[in-house]
Design a protein around this ligand. Sequence first.
Ligand SMILES: C[S@@+](CC[C@H](N)C(=O)[O-])C[C@H]1O[C@@H](n2cnc3c(N)ncnc32)[C@H](O)[C@@H]1O
Length: 210
Amino acid sequence: MNYKKYYRKSSLKQKGVGSFFLKEISKEKPKYFLEVGVFHGVTARNICELLFRIHGNDFKYIGLDLFEESDENKNEIIPNTTFSNPLKTFYFKYIKRQNPYSLEAVKDLLSKFKNNINLIKGNSNTILSKIDMSKIDYVFLDGGHEYNTVINDLNCCLDIIRNKGTILCDDYDLAHAPGVKKAIDEFVKKNELNCEFLWNNRFAKLTIKN
Ligand SMILES: C[S@@+](CC[C@H](N)C(=O)[O-])C[C@H]1O[C@@H](n2cnc3c(N)ncnc32)[C@H](O)[C@@H]1O
């Protein structure tokens, strides 16, 4: 399946990477998907389209994001949420009348799947430990890029791996966010996990050892 951009911003904008990502997910055919770091919801929509193709309506998608820039969130790395393309700025300001980086706008983008989704606004450092992980079988970890946040998020998702699920981490080897690599390397070593590097070390795929 081709990865679509839906006129918004996405982490997976580099040519080919979005479709590679979808192919990776389709190998596992997950039914309960968690994305930490939803941003404009482009990857979320692509994931829902893919899971709908595989399972019909028998899937769930949970997405967690701060969905706002505030003083409380000032220590988190939030990508630039504005567009360089003036047409897109116009479209969201005057036609959609939405901030694409808002819970409402992402809900709108995912409205086709309203019975399958659960979007949560909040900081993973406080929210993730409260989410029931027992059914989740795939996580795309792409939220905060600070070491402490990544370690928290990974620890909260450890049971998913123990239940034979997968955590796919984005931005493993990012020069301006070295905490991601440090946290993943420590987590993999401590818990004796399998770690596969994909797309030139961009993704780290964590699973249980056989
Ligand atoms: C790189 S973007 C995610 C991109 C998205 N996965 C995609 O594929 O387009 C990172 C997102 O993580 C969110 N974020 C950063 N720190 C967070 C935290 N501690 N808890 C929840 N979300 C966080 C930001 O608001 C931002 O939207």
